[in-house]
Design a protein around this ligand. Structure first.
Ligand code: ADP
Ligand code: MG
Length: 250
């Protein structure tokens, strides 16, 4: 089954002479259970694609289907029960005055779960944080621990699809691999579908089976990770990206 199908997605910001076409005619298909990478330099439109899917951009056109169902303008609770997003910066995405318990309780209640206590315990365990973290505030957590909380919050509604926007690029290099390994394990255990945005081909080569390369708002090439490893990229821009990150890919 197809988890995500995007057809001719256009997203723009501003009007008239100020108009910025951030995403231009992007189409891609992500199969259920696949880990799909979206790579490209900063400003190429990667985050905007994810934000269009989750309903966070005001002006867009095109077709977005989730599990075969075409999305309208509004995202309802059912959508967020299926699709969750993890943002780049766990410092910004967690409210400074909410404990881990409050963050997770809020989302669990929103989605109508009753066994909140046991779910919080299990979520914390699932992301490698013990019960001792439950009543901490974000400032009492390291960057990696915060991102684990953000991942727990995303997992709370039991989604089938995670949109991961550079989930490790705000973290120290030493904890990046831990978070990537956690995400890999979670996907394997739960059969989740991932779309992972990264400017780092090493990360995407490690995590993803299929990769779309974006440049100036367009997908310029789509290739399998095997071809990427063998440097069988057709498009000059993709080859340029590969050349400049050869060491991390191999
Ligand atoms: P990437 O994630 O690949 O770094 P983005 O999707 O964040 O790129 O940005 C793509 C383009 O859209 C950039 O030109 C950026 O300046 C613009 N853009 C993104 N978000 C906004 C916004 N909220 N308002 C105006 N312009 C935006
Ligand atoms: Mg981005």
């Amino acid at each position: 089954m197809t988890a995500i199908q995007i057809e001719n997605l256009n997203v723009w910001f501003g009007e008239g002479p100020d108009r910025n076409d951030a995403v231009k005619s992007v189409s891609c298909t992500v199969a259920e259970g696949e880990s799909f990478g979206l790579v490209g330099e900063s400003g190429s439109g990667k985050s905007t694609v994810l934000r269009a899917v989750t309903g966070l951009v005001p002006t867009w056109e095109g077709t977005i289907r989730i599990n075969g169902k075409t999305l309208g303008r509004k995202r309802d609770r059912e959508f967020y029960k299926t699709v969750q997003m993890v943002f780049q910066d766990p410092y910004a995405s967690l409210h400074p005055r909410m404990t881990v318990d409050a963050v997770l309780s809020e989302v669990l209640q929103l989605h109508g779960f009753k066994d909140i206590d046991s779910r919080i315990d299990r979520l914390l365990r699932d992301v490698g944080l013990g019960a001792g973290f439950r009543f901490r505030y974000p400032h009492q957590l390291s960057g990696g621990q915060r991102q684990r909380v953000a991942i727990a919050r995303a997992l709370a509604p039991e989604p089938r699809i995670l949109l991961l926007d550079e989930p490790t690029s705000a973290l120290d290099v030493s904890v990046q691999a831990e978070i990537l390994n956690l995400l890999t394990d979670l996907r394997a255990e739960r059969g989740l579908t991932y779309v992972m945005v990264s400017h780092d081909l090493g990360v995407v080569g490690h995590m993803c089976g299929q990769i779309a390369v974006m440049q100036h708002g367009e997908v310029v090439e789509e290739l399998g990770v095997a071809n990427m490893r063998e440097l069988k990229a057709e498009h000059a821009y993709t080859r340029h990206l590969l050349d400049s990150s050869l060491r991390s890919v191999r």
